[in-house]
Every structure is written in C-alpha cells, then in structure tokens.
Design a protein around this ligand. Structure first.
Ligand code: SAH
Ligand code: SF4
Length: 351
C-alpha cells in the first residue's frame, strides 16, 4: 500500500472509528503499517480508556472438557493432558489470594466441564462475590437458563470468543459445535446484561485477512465490551500440531485495529502472545491493549491447564506474577488500574 493511502486509512480509523471491510483487510495485510497503526491505536487508547492497565486474576479451575476443538490441548480426545478439577474451597481460596494480591477482578476459566452444573458454579460465584470481587466467567457454551442462573448468582462478565466468524472454518475446527449456537450464547449474554468479551484466534488454517476484518466488524456490531485475541500456538497433542504459529505482526495489527474501531473496549495483552514472543505483552500494551490477566492458579494445576505448550510464566508463582506485572506497567509509564475496570462509556459520541 502507498504511504499516502496508509496514512489516509489510519487517519480515518482514528477520527471516525469506522472502516469498511475492504479498508480493514487492506490494513491488516499491510506489513508496513504496524508502527503507524500502533501509534494511532495508542493515542485512541489513551483518549478513551486512559493510562491504567487493569489486572484480572486468572483462575483455571478445571481441565476437563466435553468439546473437541482441533487447536486446543484440553480437547476431549487428547489423552496426553492431565485432567484436574479444583474443589469449591480451592477455587474460593484462590479468589481470596487474588484479592489479597490486589486484583479487583477474577476470571474463572475452565474447559466445558459438565461436573460444574450451573447450580454448583452459582454457589462458587456467590462465595467469590462475597469477597467483594468482580467475577468474570469463561466456561464456554451453556443454555440460556444456565447463563441466567449464573448472572443472578452475581457473575458480572463473561468471555466467549467467537474464534472466527467464518462459519465453515468454525465448524471444521470445532466439530460438533455450531456457529449458530455460538451466536446464540453471545446474544443471551448481552441480553442478560453481562459485560461480554469475545475475540478470535489468529493463524487458523484457511483464515484470510478479509475474514479477520469481518471478525473485527462483528466485534463492533455486537458492541463487545472486551475483545481478547491471540495467535494460534500449535499444540503437538492436537490435530493442528503441525500448523505454523500465528503471525505476531498480524496479531499486533489486529490489536491496533480493534482499538481503533472499538475505542472503549477492554483489550488484554494475552499469555498466548507472550508465549510466542517474549515481551509481546508490553508491545501490545503500547499498540492498543489496556488489560493483563496474570495467572493466580497455583501448584500442579498451573502446569496441567495446557491449552498450548510453552505457556508463558507457567513456572512462576502468583506472588511473583503480581510483582512482575506491576513493575512492567510502571516501567512503561502506565499505572496499575484501580477499581473493577469495567467498560467505560465515553461521553464522546462515536458510533
Ligand atoms: N472452554 C472455554 C474457555 C477455555 S479455552 C472456551 O472455549 O470458551 C479459552 C481460549 O483459549 C479459547 O477461546 C481459544 O481461543 C484459546 N485457545 C485454545 N487453544 C489454543 C491454542 N492452541 N493456541 C492459542 N489459543 C488457544
Ligand atoms: Fe474445550 Fe474451550 Fe479448549 Fe474448545 S477451546 S476444547 S471448549 S477448553
């Protein structure tokens, strides 16, 4: 793309927060656009969500999963992953530690583990809410009633990536799961007034920049409160084990494009990014992101929750993570977020 065209598209995105699918796809495909996109996204980040970096304590509470996603180490056909399930007491104890470490929010994530019925999960949510924490769930697809029970128990937010908006790729990579049901879940969550996070994987076989452009327009169309993306990290115990890893430069352009088009969203710098490229979390925080999700899972569970190999910081302790993240944030001239760090609704009318 010519320099003039690049500047024009980035300028339009920075000013109006709107691009067409073709414009977005052209920027995403433009290897020379990384830095200019990141600088514009960093300005938009500062204007809309400020310099705070919000920390969410991640609790990985079960590695059992009834689904069989082709990319994921927790898929049910993977006999090489060790399965574990934390007890209610263990989960609440981790939440207490997260609170003591100064994390105002916990993200409770697991495979799709049917042992955790909505009622069992609701009890845990109530316990964690009693600690005064904001609760984000990331437990996959559930029925409308189950989402309602969890919301009524106090869950505030929910993360469910669409993974890809290309229906064919979605249904090929997530056998037995339907794209329609994924959409139904996201729409239920919105209607139940959860803060909703979604996102996609980058580097799926057959995925194009046009598809990624449509992913971003989808996030915009559902007014996503949070958008978490990450590169595919090939896992040798899965059918995608021999695929190349996601392109980190494309991941960075995606982070920047998401900030430009969804200026108010909370956007994490994710572990998968750091796993492929040490230092990527800081780079992404300078390219549009404003959230980090330090792992507070302790002991063996921390290793066993193996979505992909080489997970960054897997050998660290939660206390080490807390200190390390705070140091990194300060060193960038940013501040650690105070309070729950929910979706901010800007006074600036944009959309
Ligand atoms: N079971 C829940 C939550 C756990 S999986 C769910 O699927 O929503 C959380 C995320 O991990 C998934 O949304 C997927 O995007 C990501 N993930 C799984 N395997 C991965 C891999 N090999 N590389 C990168 N990210 C992966
Ligand atoms: Fe299960 Fe989620 Fe992994 Fe799919 S991505 S196999 S639903 S843990």
């Amino acid at each position: 793309m010519s320099e003039a065209k690049r500047q024009q598209l980035i300028g339009k995105a920075e000013q109006t927060h709107r691009l067409t699918e073709a414009e977005l796809a052209a920027l995403l495909a433009d290897d020379g656009a990384d830095d200019a996109m990141a600088e514009a996204a960093d300005r938009v980040r500062r204007a809309y969500v400020g310099d705070e970096v919000h920390l969410r304590g991640l609790i990985e509470f079960s590695s059992y999963c009834r689904q069989n996603c082709l990319y994921c180490g927790l898929r049910r056909d993977n006999g090489n992953v060790q399965r574990y399930r934390l007890t209610q007491e263990e989960i609440v104890a981790l939440a207490e530690k997260a609170k003591a470490a100064g994390y105002p929010t916990v993200v409770m994530q697991s495979g799709e583990d049917a042992w955790f019925t909505a009622e069992r999960l609701a009890e845990i949510v109530r316990d964690v809410k009693r600690l005064g924490l904001t609760v984000t769930l990331s437990v996959g697809e559930r029925t409308t009633d189950e989402y309602r029970i969890l919301r009524e128990a106090g869950a505030d937010r929910f993360l469910l990536r669409i993974e890809t908006t290309d229906r064919k790729i979605y249904e090929r990579l997530d056998p037995g799961m339907s794209y329609e049901n994924r959409l139904r879940c996201l729409s239920d969550l919105k209607r139940l007034s959860y803060e909703v996070g979604t996102g996609c994987l980058i580097g799926l076989p057959g995925q194009t920049t046009e598809m990624l452009a449509r992913d971003i327009l989808f996030f915009q169309s559902i007014d996503a409160d949070m958008v978490g993306i990450g590169p595919l990290v090939p896992n040798g115990d899965t059918p995608l084990g021999n695929e190349p890893p996601g392109d980190m430069r494309l991941v960075r352009r995606m982070v920047s494009a998401i900030r430009l088009l969804l200026p108010e969203a909370n956007i994490p710098a994710t572990t998968a990014m750091e796993t492929l490229q040490p230092g990527a979390r800081e780079l992404m925080l300078r390219s549009g992101a404003n959230v980090m999700m330090p792992n507070v899972t302790e002991g063996e569970a921390r290793q066993k929750y193996a979505l992909y190999p080489g997970k960054a910081c897997v050998a660290d302790t939660p206390d080490h993570c807390r200190a390390c993240m705070e140091g990194r944030i300060r060193a960038m001239g940013r501040t650690v977020g105070q309070g729950a760090g929910g979706r901010r609704r800007s006074k600036i009318s944009i959309l």
